[in-house]
Design a protein around this ligand. Structure first.
Ligand SMILES: [Fe+2]
Ligand SMILES: [Fe+2]
Length: 221
């Protein structure tokens, strides 16, 4: 039996939030002034997330039929590209010139690849907007705390005042579109599967970043 769309989205949100708690670190970790874990290094990770989010939404924009979804993706493309530019500008202020930096030099990440393989509109909305952007909101809140602990109020402000509200808006776009398109048992099952896989990948990636690069508190997108 399928639920009505409103009950379905409420249920999916609750499942996502339960899994998202696993992405929260156990304790606030201290920024390293000299080591790898610095605001600059985390902003470089952010550039990769932003360009991947821009391109993922742009590819879907061209291969999605529904006009309201196209428009939501178009808005997202613009926002993620704007985030890239703002972060590059902030890196410049911090002494890193991002113009010669290619965040995709080592290729696209596994989450991008997974999202790029999704073919149906409902999976794309559930994974790329509703879930990925919920992850971004959690990660950005952690990153803002990290910036404040590092004494970097300007980066904290950029995330709090500009980037985080946009990511939250993307999540809300996902919610609105799911209410319209996740209306049958089949579409709801596909949406649930895509959301779960997105969270699993995010958790795996976070664990890998911590083990291999000592990276945590990286912002999301
Ligand atoms: Fe976003
Ligand atoms: Fe973004």
């Amino acid at each position: 039996m399928g639920m009505d769309a409103e009950a379905f989205v409420r249920d999916l949100d609750a499942r996502n939030q339960a899994l998202l708690r696993r992405l929260a670190p156990e304790a606030t970790l201290k920024p390293e002034v000299a080591g790898d874990l610095s605001v600059v290094n985390l902003l470089k990770v952010a550039l990769k997330n932003e360009i991947e989010a821009t391109e993922s939404a742009a590819r879907w924009l061209a291969t999605t039929a529904e006009i309201d979804v196209k428009l939501a993706l178009a808005r997202q493309v613009g926002d993620e590209a704007k985030h890239y530019r703002l972060i590059a500008d902030r890196l410049h202020e911090l002494g890193f010139d991002a113009r010669g930096f290619d965040p995709l030099a080592k290729g696209y990440g596994p989450l991008f690849q997974y999202l790029d393989g999704l073919r149906t509109t409902v999976e794309r909305i559930a994974a790329g907007q509703f879930t990925r952007e919920a992850i971004a909101v959690v990660k950005n809140r952690q990153f803002i705390e990290f910036c404040e602990a590092a004494g970097d109020q300007a980066t904290a402000r950029l995330y709090r005042d500009v980037i985080e509200p946009d990511e939250h808006h993307h999540h809300e776009l996902g919610r609105r579109l799911l209410l319209r398109y996740a209306t049958t048992p089949d579409t709801q099952e596909a949406a649930r599967r895509a959301a779960t896989r997105t969270l699993e990948l995010a958790e795996e990636l976070q664990g890998m970043a911590l083990r291999t690069g000592g990276i945590h508190h990286a912002p999301g997108c």
